[in-house]
Design a protein around this ligand. Structure first.
Ligand code: SF4
Length: 275
């Protein structure tokens, strides 16, 4: 009789709250789970500490995957093109490819931390041997449940939420809202400076791209602009809070941030980088 093909169970951590909560949720349900993290080399420094915390709860190593070549290589290859929602080469090269290589040709069940109330679709592997499953969706778990899982496990929310960032991923992720750029500058001024360095005409082509839609980081850091961004953000929070009295504080901030100055697709986020 032919030997039955082994199925691998893989959960990809992003450094964000949903994948962290899913790892906790699945720990005893799928003991053979492999936990992985695709490291872009441009992550927030605190992400590594958070992954250690998760690994310690799981009692298992979180396997680090690194792309063969990093962000800067692809940035050069793409002619100095800063990625964006419509030019998202970074997720493919730095997250998806290492994940697919790690899976190889094995049959894989890929656990994705999309919540029951989310209707976003996103960037995940569509290789025929990789099947995505959505346990939170299937079990009807929403944001409050995810917060509760993180709280009761002792793992807690990702550290970046303390300074008001809403997504995991690269420190310069183009999905950040303007207020998050302001907070990045206040929290990690050196990373803001590094992000700024990419915003220059690419010498071979003269191409010039910005991380944030419509303005450069140099323009955004002007004191009067910073004040304006902060003011507008407070107004948005107040408006949302008045409209949605029953939301948790995290939900109020999240809804304020996703409503801000982005094109519609941006709300779909990135299932690989930011769950
Ligand atoms: S976190 Fe953002 S910049 Fe980094 S790989 Fe993902 S989409 Fe690209």
């Amino acid at each position: 009789m032919a030997e039955e093909k082994r199925v691998r169970h893989i959960l990809s951590l992003s450094g964000g709250k949903d994948s962290a909560a899913l790892a906790i949720y699945m720990r005893d349900r799928v003991p053979e789970m492999e936990y992985i993290f695709s490291d872009t080399g441009k992550e927030l420094p605190e992400t590594y500490e958070y992954l250690d915390r998760i690994a310690s709860y799981l009692g298992k190593e979180v396997i680090r995957l690194n792309a063969d070549v990093g962000f800067d290589h692809w940035y050069e290859m793409y002619g100095g093109m800063i990625p964006s929602n419509h030019r998202r080469w970074c997720t493919r090269a730095l997250k998806l490819k290492p994940f697919e290589e790690h899976c190889g040709d094995d049959e894989v069940v890929n656990y994705v931390g999309l919540r029951a109330e989310e209707n976003r679709s996103g960037y995940i592997s569509h290789k025929p041997n990789i099947k995505a499953v959505y346990p939170f969706r299937e079990d009807g778990l929403v944001l409050r449940d995810i917060e509760e899982i993180l709280r009761t496990s002792g793992v807690g929310m990702p550290p970046y939420t303390k300074w008001g960032r809403t997504r995991s991923g690269c420190y310069f992720c183009f999905y950040q809202q303007k207020i998050e750029w302001v907070r990045l500058k206040e929290t990690y001024p050196e990373l803001y400076e590094k992000a700024k360095e990419y915003e220059k005409p690419f010498e071979k082509t003269g191409n010039f791209f910005t991380w944030s839609q419509g303005e450069s980081l140099a323009e955004m850091e002007r004191p009067e602009r910073v004040e304006q961004i902060k003011r507008e953000h407070v107004i948005r929070i107040q408006r949302n809070a008045a409209r949605k009295e029953n939301l948790t504080l995290v939900e109020v901030f999240a809804s304020a941030d996703t409503a801000e100055d982005v094109d519609e697709d941006d709300n779909q986020g990135c299932l690989v980088c930011s769950l």
